[in-house]
Structures are given as C-alpha cells and as structure tokens.
Design a protein around this ligand. Structure first.
Ligand code: SF4
Length: 363
C-alpha cells in the first residue's frame, strides 16, 4: 500500500487550539499555492508503483472555490491517475465552507469518502474554540455530502473542552449518531505553546476527556461503530485505509508545507510555512526537508510497535520484537496495560486512554 497526502494550508480563521500548518486570511495565495503544489507533484511523476489511497487534508481544503478545487483535482490526478480509480480517496471539509456545489464537484471528481469536522454540537463551545462554524452549518454540510452521493462520511468530535459537560458530549454524540455516519474520530483537547489557548493559559482536562472518551466509546460500539484505533471508530469495512497504512508502516508521500513522507525506508517532512513553500517553488528548487531520517535496528522495531499498538488489533508478536523488547513487554503485561492473545500483543481496550504510558516504554 502507498498513500498520497495533499496538504491545503488555508483556513478562514485560526482556531484557539490550532498548532497545525495552516494560515488564516491568505486566500489570495491559493492560485500560487496550486502552482507550487503542481511543481512539487511533478517531481514524483517517475515514482514507480503508483498510489492506493489519497487524503486531502489541512487546513481547510473546502475553503477552495469550485474552480480551485478543479485545479487541485487535476494536479492530483496528474500524479495518481483518475481519483475514482484509487482504493480510497478522502476529502477533509469544514462545515462553514462546504457547499452543495463543492460536494457534487468532489463526488464527480472521484472522492468517495469525506471527513467533516464537527467537534461539538453546542454553539457556545464552538465559539470558545474559535471555530467558524455552528452546529446548523454541520447539519447542512452533512446533508450536502449525502445528497451528493457520499456514502462514507466521517466526523470528528472533541473531548475535554473548557466548559464542556458530560451532557454536552452525550448530546453531541447523540446528534451525530442520529445521522448514521460510517466513521467517527475522537480527539482530546491539547493545549500547545504558540497557540491562542496556550497564551491565554487554557488548561487541558485529561480526566474529563478520558471519561468522555470511555462513555463515547461505549455509545459508538453500541451503535455498531467498532474501535479499530485509539481515536477511531468505524462500521465494518469503513475503516480508513489511508490511516491504517500509516499504522502498518506502509509508504506515503506528503505534498505541501509540513507534509511528512515515508518512501524507500526514509522518513522526512517538508519544512513548515506557506511563504517558504511558495519561495522554493518560485526559485524552482525543492523545499529543503525539516528532517530526514532512516530508522534501523531497535529504533525501527520500536516504531513498528508504537504504530501497531495504536490499532485495536495490536501487533504480531514476532521473535525479533520479543528478543529486543521482552523486558518492556513483560513489565506492561504485569501492569495489566497490554495483553497477549493468539500470537498478538495489544493494549487492553479499557487501557487505551493510557496508550502514551505504554509507548513511553519503547522510546
Ligand atoms: S480549522 Fe483546523 S487547521 Fe484550520 S485553524 Fe481550525 S483547527 Fe487549525
């Protein structure tokens, strides 16, 4: 499997918690960005083996106008061939900017899966997060996706928000489940330095987030969406192939600022920053990577374990892993954080919220 990730680093405004590579109020640069993206894509035309999955993320890809979306699709298909021929093609959208016209255009262009950011159904929480949409926008955008023929829709919900009660979270989940999405992702609020929330001293609420996560997991499982990764739940056969490929250490190419790639045993990421990306394209030079490394030996095995343990199915407990990490695995078994079954090792489902503590054993 090989995936293609295409980053669209434009947003209408910057959310208070956001530390992603995205810039607000710079929409006039989209045409130049699409040219730069075409130049970067052109450098990979000779890559043998093609692509199986596509994920267009951001930022806010749905902020692009219909004409800009058509150009984006033509840049992508120049590298992948027809988007409809891929095993999976996902387009990430935000409710305030996804119109019916754009949903129809994307479906016709071959996208079969959409990921829509809901976060919460309470407008006061969305406002506090600095999100430009309201719950009504989400309901309208979700309807537009269904009407356009998207039969594989994912939605994101956040936990541990300032002022978010357990009832708020339950209401958001209930509203979402009534729409019968194929896939749901949970994210706990993280407060990073350099964000508006970080500057304002907003506090994370890990205990509340863990409780919402547990309640939410149970509600999703009861509704037929099984947990297949720490934060991700899907109806049978609707797991994200693109993301599974990351956790299975498959290859992927990332295009755009800050986009990461794993090709031919080398991990690297483009430098962040829209201006640097555009300047490199204008100079006709490849963007220097922010980092580039080749993991080997123990480090490569540790990564295989940490990525694989994100999945509910865990990892195959091969001899090389047991020889290298027998002590660490033994300690985790004794602490009741992981379990062994049929030659596989996995984090116990009720301990998944402690995954970071498990991963620390292998760093
Ligand atoms: S919409 Fe997403 S990428 Fe854009 S500012 Fe908000 S959190 Fe960041």
């Amino acid at each position: 499997m090989r995936g293609l990730y295409v980053h669209v680093p434009f947003c209408r405004s910057k959310c208070g918690y956001c530390d992603f590579a995205s810039e607000a109020g710079r929409g006039e640069l989209v045409p130049a960005y699409l040219d730069a993206l075409a130049a970067e894509a052109g450098r990979y035309r000779a890559l043998e083996g093609g692509f199986d999955t596509l994920y267009v993320g951001g930022g806010t890809p749905s902020l692009l106008s219909p004409a800009q979306l058509e150009r984006l699709v033509s840049v992508i298909s120049g590298l992948t061939g027809p988007v409809a021929d891929l095993k999976e093609a996902t387009f990430e959208a935000n409710p305030e900017s996804l119109t019916s016209e754009k949903a129809v255009l994307l479906r016709k262009a071959g996208f079969g899966r959409a990921s829509l950011g809901l976060q919460a159904c309470q407008d006061r929480l969305l406002e506090a997060l600095g999100r430009p949409h309201r719950c009504a926008d989400f309901l309208r955008a979700y309807g537009a996706l269904r009407e356009a023929g998207f039969d594989n829709v994912s939605a994101d919900l956040m936990t541990g928000l300032p002022g978010q009660t357990a009832e708020d979270f339950d209401d958001s989940l209930r509203t979402l489940l009534e729409l019968r999405p194929e896939h749901v992702s949970f994210y706990a609020l993280e407060v990073h330095e350099g964000t508006a929330f970080g500057a304002a001293g907003v506090k994370e609420a890990p205990d509340e987030a863990a409780e919402m996560y547990e309640r939410g997991s149970a509600a999703l499982e009861a509704a037929g969406l099984a947990r297949y990764e720490i934060s991700n739940f899907a109806r049978p056969g609707r797991e994200s192939l693109h993301n599974l490929n990351y956790w299975d250490q498959g290859e992927y190419l990332g295009l755009g600022p800050a986009a990461a790639s794993y090709l031919d045993g080398e991990r690297r990421a483009n430098a962040p920053g829209l201006d640097a990306y555009l300047a490199a394209a204008a100079a006709g030079a490849p963007l220097p990577p922010q980092y580039s490394e080749r993991l080997e030996g123990r480090a490569a095995k540790a990564e295989r374990i940490m990525l694989g343990l994100r999945k509910s199915a865990g990892i195959e407990l091969s001899d090389d892993i047991f020889i290298e990490f027998g002590g660490e695995i033994g300690r985790l078994l004794e602490a009741g954080l992981v379990e062994k079954e049929a030659g596989r090792l996995r984090i116990r489902p009720e301990k998944l919220y402690l995954a970071n503590a498990v991963f620390r054993e292998f760093v």
